[in-house]
Design a protein around this ligand. Sequence first.
Ligand SMILES: NC(=O)c1ccc[n+]([C@@H]2O[C@H](COP(=O)([O-])OP(=O)(O)OC[C@H]3O[C@@H](n4cnc5c(N)ncnc54)[C@H](OP(=O)(O)O)[C@@H]3O)[C@@H](O)[C@H]2O)c1
Length: 231
Amino acid sequence: MIGGTSGIGKALVQVLLDHDYKVGLSGIERDDLSALRNSHNGNLVIKYIDCSKENCSAEIDELVQTLGGLDLMVFSAGVGHLKNTDHTVENNANKVNVLGFTEVADWSYKYFDKQGSGHLVGISSVAGLFGFRNTPGYTAAKGYQINYLEALRQKARRSGSPIYVTDIRPGFVDTDISKDLKRFWVATPEKAARQIFRLIKRKKGVGYVTKRWVLMAIVVKLIPGWLRSRL
Ligand SMILES: NC(=O)c1ccc[n+]([C@@H]2O[C@H](COP(=O)([O-])OP(=O)(O)OC[C@H]3O[C@@H](n4cnc5c(N)ncnc54)[C@H](OP(=O)(O)O)[C@@H]3O)[C@@H](O)[C@H]2O)c1
């Protein structure tokens, strides 16, 4: 789990441990991880990996070796900024949301391709379906993730191997990343994690969390361009 130290990723780690998965958790350390440490039953390995740094996949490689293998990779790391108009701030976030994501997704796909099986899960966002004036970099990065995951899903299907690529698109979840926004239909991280786990088990290509956010995706597709530019 890349980005498992807080929010959605941390809640999903708890669900995976509850279902007896052996989990490798990484992040930069923000939240208290003692509850996870206490519930792991020997199935948790923690390694702090900063995926804004180039070559973070070498550290992921080490984590996977410690775990003894990899069947499921979840990329939940993300940085969000509200009302930024400065490209240096945007590009700092892009180091995680675009560059880190790309390195981890590419590394994981190659690992699974060599192994002949595996499951890559990316946590993108409903926000990747449209541009939004307050968060241009974030919405663009999430759109990038959505398209990247779709491309890998096509590759996986063509490979003929049991390799799966899932794009999880949350709406609002009550975590730090969204706390400064005007939110609605907000889910707890725990509820989001339970729904994500079900989508992972079903090996869905794309899933909305919570489920009602699929309605937003449909509405966004129906809004004509002239109206979108006035939002
Ligand atoms: N919350 C929402 O409303 C919402 C909606 C749609 C999509 N999402 C997406 O869901 C994903 C998870 O976000 P969240 O809501 O759980 O927010 P969060 O609580 O802020 O969690 C973000 C995670 O990313 C990790 N991270 C940040 N920078 C990193 C770096 N350089 N290297 C490695 N890990 C890094 C954080 O680690 P530390 O804790 O160690 O800093 C944390 O584990 C993100 O991709 C976000 O864009 C969230």
